[in-house]
Write a protein that binds this ligand. Structure first.
Ligand SMILES: C[S@@+](CC[C@H](N)C(=O)[O-])C[C@H]1O[C@@H](n2cnc3c(N)ncnc32)[C@H](O)[C@@H]1O
Length: 511
């Protein structure tokens, strides 16, 4: 058992998924189809060398092939297999740690054009942290790499992303191609980086691969290919559904620092792009579900520790989660959230006077609340929460889940005369009145809104819908495409009483 888990951790730490030769062959065929014919090849983490073996037999102009890996055993296996190659003298293998190598200096000595090919370790920095792994770039390097923090998020990043950026940076003065298997999410971030830093990449393609078949891993993976030509940066990335697909299924672009997933659909609906004066907000973040969420049990409440709780009504609000929103369960709830603040950082001492039982309950459970891991709670008043403001307490809202792969906007009204609060995996648009909420609900559920948002959303992302994406849609502009009749019919289908004149007034105001 111990040996097994040690082996598993070793595999994890080194992100070790050896490429099967059948996939290496498909990749090389794809590159040859793109007209790539290198003089030098580098496989920076070659493992048992599927790419080296296939490339050596398939690129007639290649003079030198270099393979590096941290694992000596893999290099020994590869050495045995290289003996069978006709052009074995051109292959040089070296036991090297990627993080120790001066790639710029190394690449500058190679005959051009260069092909950097391979499949880098599949591991994130946070998983390295969890398994106590050391296979990471030095901290100073991460921060020294221009713009990387903003690209990867400070706390977590894919090691392969960091490595690809290093290699691209080192290639800056050379011509050639970088072709790597990686996560689609990594390929998207690299595209964004190339775009914002004007790296000399003249063609950028992403071909999805079937990682389940080739690596027995359910990862959204691809072959990323960058053709490096001095003085030109492409503004588009072509996305192909497979390695042998003849045509791209979509073209990615970047508009206002945001990756657009499908530029042609985006252009068709571009008139909707812009800022709306009402901002999308996220739900309440508290990181203490056991204490803050209470379930109604007849006349009393039970907390997540299965304890009966007696608190005043003052700070309690009906609570909906993103799963409720995606399933349209918005008319009632048995879950109530204690929201101790009306705005971020508000003093909580007043609770003692206003609602002594609530204070007593929170105070008794302060150890759990004080020990919340996230640093955002440090130095804030006791029992603090985030994602609170005027918008949290409006009676009328439009909500959507950020987690689910479904664009389902819901109309949310008060429950038991109290405004509904959402969890922090949901987003909301705060509305001033019932009619305003109904009006914007009918616009947001129109197919043109879905078309626009679908052109931006990357549905395979962990959290596909974000505040940043929702804020791209200038909702009132949708009225250019729809009639008042459509709005009235949509609202009527909800079977909620409303003031027709007020809706007409809103239509006039926003058209
Ligand atoms: C995903 S596997 C791919 C291997 C090979 N490129 C292929 O396509 O089959 C990643 C490889 O990276 C190697 N590796 C991990 N960390 C490394 C490091 N710091 N320096 C060099 N090689 C490393 C592992 O030993 C492993 O062979």
């Amino acid at each position: 058992m111990y040996v097994n888990s040690r082996k598993q951790n070793h595999t994890k730490e080194y992100g070790d998924f050896q490429t099967p030769s059948v996939l290496a062959e498909e990749v090389i065929k794809n590159l040859k189809g793109k007209g790539i014919s290198p003089s030098s090849i580098l496989e920076p983490t070659c493992g048992t060398g599927a790419f080296i073996l296939v490339a050596a037999e398939n690129f007639p102009d290649v003079k030198k092939i270099y393979g590096f890996d941290i694992n000596k055993k893999y290099l020994a296996i590869l050495r045995k297999n290289i003996v069978k190659l006709k052009k074995r003298q051109m292959v040089t293998l070296e036991n090297t740690d990627f993080f120790q190598k001066n790639w710029k200096e190394f690449l500058s000595q190679l005959a051009k054009p260069i092909l950097i090919i391979g499949n880098l370790p599949w591991i994130t920095s946070s998983t390295q942290g969890l398994i106590n792994g050391k296979n990471l770039p030095k901290k100073s390097n991460i921060h020294g790499f221009k713009g990387l923090d903003s690209l990867t998020g400070k706390s977590n990043f894919d090691i392969s992303e960091w490595m690809i950026l290093q290699l691209l940076g080192a290639m800056n003065e050379s011509t050639g191609t970088l072709a790597m298997l990686c996560k689609v999410s990594v390929a998207r971030k690299i595209f964004e980086y190339i775009h914002t830093h004007d790296l000399p990449v003249s063609s950028y393609t992403i071909h999805r691969i079937d990682a389940l078949t080739h690596f027995e891993a359910s990862i959204d993976a691809c072959l990323l290919t960058c053709i490096i030509t001095k003085g030109y940066t492409t503004k588009e990335a072509h996305f192909f559904p497979s390695l042998n697909a003849p045509k791209p299924s979509s073209t990615l672009g970047i508009i206002d620092k945001l990756i657009i997933n499908d530029m042609s659909t985006f252009r068709e609906t571009q008139f909707l792009h812009g800022k709306f004066s009402v901002s999308w907000r996220s739900g309440v973040k508290h990181d203490a579900a056991q204490i803050m969420i209470l379930k109604k049990d007849e006349d009393s409440f039970i907390n997540g520790l299965n304890k009966r709780v007696i608190v005043e009504d003052t700070y309690l609000y009906p609570h909906l989660k993103s799963t409720d929103l995606v399933h349209n369960r918005v008319d009632g709830t048995h879950r109530w959230l204690i929201v101790p603040q009306k705005s971020v950082g508000e003093d909580t001492k007043q609770i003692r006077k206003i609602a002594p039982k609530t204070w007593d309950y929170l105070y008794r459970n302060r150890a759990l609340l004080d020990n919340r891991k996230s640093s955002i709670y440090k130095g804030k008043p006791s029992f603090s929460v985030f994602g609170v403001g005027h918008y949290t307490f409006t009676n009328w809202k439009i909500g959507i889940s950020g987690l689910h792969k479904h664009l389902n906007f819901v109309f949310i009204g008060p429950i038991q005369n109290k405004p509904v609060v959402l969890d922090d995996t949901s987003y909301l648009l705060p509305m001033e009145s019932k009619e305003e909420a109904l009006f914007f609900y009918s616009l947001l559920t129109h197919p043109i809104a879905s078309k626009f948002l679908n052109s931006i959303i990357y549905w395979n992302a962990k959290r596909p819908i974000s505040q940043k994406i929702l804020r791209q849609l200038n909702i009132p502009k949708i009225t250019q495409k729809i009639s008042l009749k459509y709005i009235l019919e949509t609202v009527e289908s909800l079977n909620i009483g409303f003031d027709e004149q007020k809706l007409e007034g809103l239509y006039q105001k926003y058209t």
